[in-house]
Design a protein around this ligand. Structure first.
Ligand SMILES: *Cc1c(COP(=O)(O)O)cnc(C)c1O
Length: 356
């Protein structure tokens, strides 16, 4: 039986995407070749890369000066790529510290210049999103993490600044409508809401590249990749293909506006259960709650074995919280059906029936 997959990442993708991808591994486009054994310069694969890039443009409604690349290294290399392309050596960039991933981004930017923390929710154990964020004077950009996968917090409104705005959108890209034109650069590792692990998408205003004046190692230089249409070196052909199929699926299902409504319904369902069930309590403050990753715990930890048994028996996977937060985390990415959240809330109700 297929599991109700609440894994935080790598995570659930639509079943139809899995099936089409598995076909392509055997025989792609009736070519007599597997997708993963053909040249990345073949007509068939170049068409995949171009469709993936153009689907991002279409689904995010990008202005014509925005470009899209599918590279490697995950969002973790994106931290450094962001700094190399937008932070002049020795310059200043502002960072919002909302948890683990934000801190990793700050660490990498320090290779280039002063990564100044201008807002932090560290003292509140990252249960909230700071408000009123301003960039430090002289900043090249403000960097923030739109959704904090581990702590289960999410920006509901984005900071407004005079400098460039850069965002790690790894765990909520394509989950809700955003005005991409507000951002100089967005990047996102694929494996949370776009595809399998192995590729990271960069979305940026191409007119703003090359302004930092840095000597940039080739692989980290977005201009190098753009000049080669995302084929500077051998691209991760399978992750790009599966991401493309997933974006096709999203488009066929009404695009970002439609999935945003489903994501809201899923989030409303889980949070109303957390708030009404006396056996559970949420981690994040109500107005900072993530629609992608709901973090919560038992009010009485001695019920953990009972609850774990219930959700395991219900066919639920991936509910354990991150080790730094504990408790539970229900990751509800685009491909997770509302029905899976209903199954989860039923097990929570069942625990209350038996134990409350
Ligand atoms: C998972 C995650 C990352 C790290 O992504 P990798 O692709 O593993 O490097 C970075 N930022 C956020 C918000 C994440 O959720």
């Amino acid at each position: 039986m297929k599991k109700h997959n609440f894994s935080a990442g790598p995570c659930i993708l639509p079943q139809s995407v899995m099936e089409e991808a598995s076909q392509a591994v055997v025989n792609f486009n009736d070519s007599g070749l597997s997708l993963i054994e053909m040249s990345h310069r073949s007509k068939d694969f170049v068409a995949v890369m171009e469709e993936a890039r153009s689907l991002v443009k279409e689904l995010m409604n990008l202005p014509s000066n925005y470009e899209v690349l599918f590279l490697q290294g995950g969002a973790s290399l994106g931290f450094l790529t962001a700094a190399y392309n937008y932070l002049p050596q020795g310059g200043t960039a502002s960072y919002a510290d909302t948890g683990t991933w934000a801190n990793k981004a700050i660490k990498e930017a320090k290779h280039l210049g002063n990564a100044t923390v201008v807002a932090s929710s560290k003292n509140a154990n990252y249960t909230s999103i700071p408000t009123g964020i301003q960039a430090a004077p002289g900043s090249s950009y403000l960097h923030f993490t739109s959704n904090n996968t581990i702590f289960g917090t999410q920006y509901k409104e984005f900071p407004k600044v005079d400098c460039d705005l850069i965002c790690d959108m790894s765990s909520d890209i394509f989950s809700r409508e955003v005005n991409a034109a507000d951002f100089s650069m967005i990047y996102a590792g694929a494996q949370k809401n776009m595809g399998p692990a192995g590729t990271v998408v960069y979305i940026f205003d191409k007119d703003k590249l090359g302004k930092a004046g840095n000597s940039i190692p080739s692989y980290l230089d977005l201009q190098v990749h753009l000049a080669k249409d995302s084929m500077f070196n051998t691209p991760p052909v399978f992750p790009v293909y599966v991401s493309m199929l997933n974006l096709r699926w999203l488009k066929a299902n009404g695009g970002v506006a439609a999935i945003e409504k489903v994501n809201q319904a899923k989030a409303d369902l889980i949070y109303s259960e957390i708030d009404s069930n006396p056996l559970f309590t949420g981690h994040a403050e109500v107005n900072s709650r993530s629609n992608m990753n709901a973090t919560f715990r038992l009010t009485d930890e001695s019920l953990a074995a009972d609850f774990d048994k219930l959700w395991n028996e219900a066919g639920i996977n991936g509910l354990k919280g991150h080790r730094s937060v504990g408790g539970y985390r229900a990751s509800m990415y685009n491909a997770l059906p509302l029905e899976s959240v209903q199954v989860l809330t039923e097990t929570m109700k069942e625990l209350a029936r038996v134990k409350a």
